[in-house]
Design a protein around this ligand. Structure first.
Ligand code: HDD
Length: 724
């Protein structure tokens, strides 16, 4: 459970959507409004629609420098997409430190009340740039802090653990998860045969894989998911004392996900579902907000846990070390240009400031190499820090020079140090002047290529995660595994996965096995710890099968998560189904109740344009039944008015709309006349629609709004499919 500090939480008014970084970006913004067309050299252009030819019907002349400039620039518009996290969306905002962060860290941006401009990019991992937002995948959660002491990058995910313990395995993991190389199938999903082949032979993945098979991997939107910096880091206080820390972003609106069937459909109906949601909410002033939390462990307590703090496949359960909230982040402005900002932003876990430092987590250590290296390919030059979105607002002075696309004009003849002719400028900064000094950890060791035995237990925390899930969450994990493993062609891989799952929990393995039509194989005599060196003592590194009843941790579940205790309808979207003859009063009453709680309603009708209410009023329709779907909303309400309901009864799409919302366990409501539509939509898995939980007919707006705040009514799914 998160501890709340005595803080100036929410006390500071939201600053206008400008800040030091946004102001600095002004020098690069270009607005053509009212301007004349020019070439890239500033020449005014008279005609850029016709090339220069020898006669109207003759050949184009090589002389046409305007044609050549335009086409050449176009030919070079693309840069390599990120090898992972290619599909992303980002927004500007600010971070504000509460009054309790400075006790742990001397970082200037963590001092009481300090506001720091930030740029946050969310992403999927496996899909290409043009893939769907709704793939079952980890979400990247990367925050660039433009601090007074330079750039600090938080390069995290929405899942607190990782698939592997050592960065040297990352290329294997990513080759396995990306589309298979011979035919580039499947897109925007984890590859089937290769991914599960890798996972089934890599027990350290078992914890993370359960997270990715859970609803965490299909978030409702990016505003309602947690963020984690995964590794254990160090915070260094003003006295130089180091403490271990795990960072968390806690969404103010709680954690919400969709169900898999919705995700599949959203991928077709609106592949931009997440980026659209983020964009529209920021435009509407519903600024997404997260609180930054820390789990702090004193150095002397490093070995008091039964897992290793340096092992990125482990969480520190919040019951063992509570999360202390130390600040908040608000996203309040969309970028001006996707390429210039969201595509060119370059994150790096090695961008740190005094007050934060690394640990020896071998996954983190490898990352510290990878991120600069990848920018050299992607952005093409060691000068990527000069690209406007990457530029620090703290001044930059050093002896680095030249390179492709260098922007800075370094004056003078001194580009080395020490120099006596220029008073040693730029001079090294003392610690007291903010000079960065690495934490002086004592390290004395043999050089070995090895994995620590303290990293070996791969199942206990996977089991803790499984045990912590509510029944509906377990059902979703089982269904996800049946789906994913069902796509695997090799039976040997499916069986090996069942074996791995059985070492997490027998119940998990046997329920998945039922869907695959297989028996769970026996673990006897199987050596499980693959991926060690050829001469490694595999027996000594044998993972321990988890046994006994392990405790639960509420923060690992979505259903039981403390953040979800507070019910709210804020920013939820409701579809009101209506047609000509609808009763304006029922629509107005619902809209008013929704707007009072910060939710919005969209009018969905058989056609676009306007509908005429029973009182003769013209209401603007937001979507036709053909251009939207229930999967894009949080709840569905059928407006009153006999004529309207009769018209909707003639529309298969209207029946499907209601039926589907019910099957996805969303609140369904209707004015009294709308009961007929609900009855007609009661087929298949929705046959008990009129008696189901979270269904309100003629109960007025209040009951529907209450149901909307509750969110989902899982009893329907558990009843419809009792034996999953
Ligand atoms: Fe990574 C991008 C997060 C392990 C190598 N990573 C990237 C991004 C995020 C993460 C959010 C996208 C940043 C953006 O929006 O531009 N990565 C993680 C987390 C990890 C992790 C939370 C484990 C705890 N990554 C990891 C390892 C390696 C990389 C072990 C390599 C050894 N990651 C990269 C990369 C990327 C990247 C290849 C691709 C594009 C980029 O860096 O800028 O360098």
């Amino acid at each position: 459970m998160a501890k709340s500090p005595k803080s100036n939480q929410n006390s500071a008014p939201a600053p206008p959507a400008t800040n030091a970084k946004l102001d600095e970006l002004n020098q690069n913004r270009e607005d053509s409004t009212g301007q004349l067309l020019t070439s890239n050299q500033g020449l005014r252009v008279n005609d850029d629609q016709n090339s220069l030819k020898a006669g109207e019907r003759g050949p184009t002349l090589l002389e046409d420098f305007l044609l050549r400039e335009k086409i050449t620039h176009f030919d070079h518009e693309r840069i390599p997409e990120r090898v992972v996290h290619a599909r992303g969306v980002a927004a500007h905002g600010y971070f504000e430190a509460y009054d309790n962060a400075s006790q742990y860290s001397k970082a200037a941006f963590l001092q009481p009340g300090v506001q720091t401009p930030i740029f946050t990019r969310f992403s999927t991992v496996a899909g290409f740039r043009g893939s769907t937002d709704m793939a079952r995948d980890v979400r990247g959660f990367a925050v660039k802090f433009y601090t007074q002491e330079g750039i600090y990058d938080f390069v995290g995910n929405n899942i607190p653990v990782f698939f592997i313990q050592d960065a040297i395995k990352f290329p294997d993991l990513i080759h396995a998860v990306k589309p298979e190389p011979h035919n580039e199938i499947p897109q925007a999903a984890s590859a089937h045969n290769t991914f599960w082949d890798f996972i089934s032979a890599n027990p350290e993945s078992m914890h993370m894989v359960l997270w990715t098979m859970s609803d965490r991997a299909i978030p409702r939107n990016l505003r309602m998911m947690e963020g984690f910096n995964v590794h254990t880091w160090r915070l260094i206080d003003a006295q130089g004392k180091s403490r271990f820390v795990k960072f968390h972003w806690k969404p103010k609106l709680g954690i919400k996900s969709v169900v898999w069937d919705e995700a599949l459909q959203i991928s077709g109906k609106d592949p931009d579902f997440h980026r659209r949601d983020l964009w529209e909410n920021i435009e509407a002033g519903n600024f997404p907000e997260w609180e930054l939390g820390v789990q702090v462990v004193e150095e002397e307590d490093e070995f008091k846990f039964d897992f290793d703090l340096l092992d990125a496949t482990k969480v520190i359960p919040e019951e063992l070390v509570p999360v202390t909230i130390i600040g908040r982040m608000v996203l309040n402005r969309n970028p001006d240009n996707y390429f210039a900002e969201t595509e060119q932003v370059a994150f790096h876990p090695g961008h740190i400031v005094p007050g934060i430092d690394f640990t020896n987590d071998p996954l983190l250590q490898g990352r510290l190499f990878s991120y600069t290296d990848t920018q050299l390919t992607r952005l093409g030059s060691p000068n990527f820090h000069e690209i406007p979105i990457n530029r620090s607002i703290a001044p930059i002075h050093n002896n680095q020079r030249d390179g492709h696309m260098r922007q800075q004009i370094n004056v003078g003849k001194f580009s080395y140090g020490p120099n006596l002719l220029h008073d040693n400028a730029p001079r090294q900064a003392k610690q007291a002047e903010g000079g960065f000094v690495s934490h002086n950890e004592r390290v004395e060791a043999h050089k070995v290529r090895a994995r620590s035995k303290s990293f070996v237990d791969h199942y206990s925390q996977a089991r803790l995660f499984w045990n912590s899930q509510a029944e509906i969450e377990k059902v979703h994990i089982i269904k996800a595994l049946r789906f994913e493993l069902g796509k695997v062609e090799a039976e040997s891989v499916r069986k090996r996965m069942l074996l791995q799952l059985s070492l997490v929990a027998d119940e998990l393995a046997s329920r998945v096995a039922k869907g695959l039509g297989l028996e769970v194989p026996s673990a006897e005599g199987v050596q499980l710890n693959y991926g060690l060196g050829a001469d490694a003592d595999v027996a000594a590194h044998q993972s321990k099968p988890a046994t006994g009843n392990e405790p639960k941790s509420a923060a690992l579940s979505i259903e039981n998560h403390p953040l979800n205790a507070k019910k709210s309808i804020a920013t939820k979207q409701v579809a009101i189904l209506a047609a000509d003859g609808a009763d304006a009063a029922s629509i107005a009453a619902l809209k008013k109740a929704l707007e009072a709680g910060g939710a919005t309603a969209k009018l969905v009708a058989p056609h676009l344009g306007h509908l005429r209410t029973s009182g003769g009023e013209a209401l603007r329709i937001d979507f036709s039944l053909q251009t939207t779907a229930s999967v894009l909303f949080d709840g569905v309400y059928v407006a009153g008015g006999e004529q309207s309901v009769q018209a909707l009864l003639q529309q298969h799409d209207a029946l499907h709309f209601v039926n589907e919302a019910y099957r996805h366990c969303k609140p369904v409501g209707a004015a009294p006349a709308g009961k007929a539509l609900l009855s007609a939509a009661a087929y298949g898995g929705a046959k008990d629609i009129l008696s189901g939980d979270g269904v309100s007919v003629g109960d007025g707006a209040d009951k529907f709004v209450q149901d909307l705040a509750t969110g989902r009514f899982w009893s329907r799914e558990l009843k419809a499919e009792p034996k999953v």
